[in-house]
Design a protein around this ligand. Structure first.
Ligand code: PHE
Length: 452
């Protein structure tokens, strides 16, 4: 069968650019904001252990599956399934992915907006001389306002739309390549300061010593959901990105490198935060404000704190940006290729719609905090439905698609670049893709929802 000519499709230009973009998508608020805060909420070490198991056993196979689908089809998340499985319902995970992308970016843009406010506060030296209680009040006071957080959300979403408009190599690839290494360096410096704080051992024990009595079914589901969220899996982000990869890339090594990088950065963020949480007497389960309250305290305790604080929030905003563009790209690529919109119109429409959906998320922190359903605000529901339901379900279907529908032969052709590379891991991968990943996802999922 002749391969279809793919005209005028933008693409990544280099191996390092691909790694930077995929790692840029994976490393974001999920690692530095969400991972420490949910680790605190769900009790520490045992949650972390389940998270790591989910990454290795499920995250990695799902990532490779997305790469296989996207690079083979060279289409957006929905179009890829339509091309590889024409006339079937297999495009459904693609549609679910679009919905998830929409929901995640709605609340992601809000939190990313907070990082911009904190960047400005750092520039103005607004944390100087404040004690932990002041910083807690400062955070709570800021997020519960009506207009300021929404303005920052709009600024952030505007930046996201602007980069996506610039396309793949000019926008996404260039921005990611430059900034990710600097972020890693700052976190390592923060770690060194954090682990030398008095009482650091308690924080490290919280993070690394599993206490299974603290682990609930919802905690396990959240660990699974977060593995997907953090690795950008289950909603077609990496199907979309890998559709811009060349036919000579080694998909398996790329998947391993990105997974390791993402996990290491999350753990380093935890190491920066928990010693400080205990040293300053902050409640580990403090919720979404954890990084914003804890780290300004740490910065005050170190020489050059002003400078490091500024750099940290700058890089956190950038890390959020390299993730948000990958989420927006899922929707834009779909609009362009399936609905035949121009890239400009598609980007503007998607950005505006998602920003509007984010407004009630922002208000959930203040005037709408009482608008709750089953104890969760609008913000919490978007996060819960997207990360804990749509992503695991999407991941299950994606990995099952490769394991059962594409099957071993086509998978082998794709991962070996038509026989050029060796793939000794293939039997293991097929076993994980056909049985282990789908079964484990299904069990954790049903158990976490209380249905099993
Ligand atoms: N992985 C990103 C983060 O950790 C968030 C994200 C989720 C990006 C899903 C794309 C898809 O911040």
């Amino acid at each position: 069968m002749a391969t279809q000519p793919v005209t005028q499709r933008d693409s990544f230009t280099s191996k390092i650019g691909i790694i930077a973009a995929v790692a840029g998508s994976a490393v974001g608020l999920g690692n530095i904001w969400k991972f420490p805060y949910i680790t605190g909420v769900f009790g520490g070490g045992a949650f972390v252990l389940v998270y790591l198991i989910c990454i290795a056993l499920i995250g990695l196979p799902v990532m490779l599956s997305e790469f296989i689908i996207g690079r083979k089809a060279q289409r957006n998340a929905v179009g890829s399934f339509k091309k590889l499985a024409p006339g079937t319902l297999w495009f459904m995970p693609g549609i679910m992915g679009l919905v998830a992308a929409f929901m995640i970016l709605a609340f992601y843009g809000v939190v990313a907006g907070w990082t911009l406010e904190y960047l400005l506060k750092s520039v103005l030296n607004a944390f100087a001389g404040k004690n932990p209680a002041d910083l807690e009040g400062m955070f709570g006071g800021f997020i519960s306002q009506v207009t300021k957080p929404i303005i920052w959300q709009c600024v952030f979403m505007g930046l996201t739309g602007w980069i996506v408009l610039a396309g793949i190599k000019g926008g996404i690839e260039r921005a990611s390549k430059l900034l990710m290494p600097i972020l890693l360096m700052i976190i390592i410096i923060l770690d060194i300061r954090a682990i030398t704080l008095p009482g650091a051992a308690e924080g490290l024990a919280f993070l690394f010593k599993p206490d299974f009595s603290k682990l609930s079914a919802e905690g396990m589901l959240s660990a699974l959901g977060h593995a997907f969220f953090s690795l950008s899996l289950g909603m077609g982000t990496l199907i979309t990105y890998s559709s811009y990869m060349g036919k000579r890339e080694n998909l398996a090594t790329t998947a391993v490198q990105v997974t390791v990088a993402d996990t290491v950065i999350a753990l380093l963020a935890g190491i920066a935060i928990f010693p400080a949480v205990f040293a300053f007497g902050i409640e580990p389960g403090a919720g979404p404000g954890l990084v914003f309250i804890t780290l300004p305290n740490v910065f005050q305790q170190m020489p050059g704190g002003y400078f490091f604080c500024l750099l940290f929030f700058l890089l956190l905003a950038v890390a959020a940006l390299t993730s948000s563009i990958s989420i927006l790209e899922v929707v834009v690529a779909y609009f362009v290729e399936e609905l035949k919109l121009g890239r400009r119109a598609a980007t503007i429409m998607a950005t505006i719609a998602i920003t509007i959906a984010g407004i009630p998320c922002s208000l959930s922190m203040g005037v709408m905090s009482n608008v709750q359903f089953m104890g969760k605000t609008f913000f919490d529901w978007l996060d819960f439905i997207a990360a804990n339901i749509l992503l695991p379900l999407g991941g299950l279907l994606i990995v099952a698609f490769v394991g059962w529908y594409l099957g071993r032969e086509k998978t082998e052709t794709e991962v070996t670049n038509e026989g050029e590379l060796k793939a000794g891991y293939l039997p293991l991968f097929m076993f994980l893709a056909k049985f282990v990943a789908p079964v484990v996802i299904a069990i954790v999922f049903l158990h976490g929802l209380g249905l099993f």
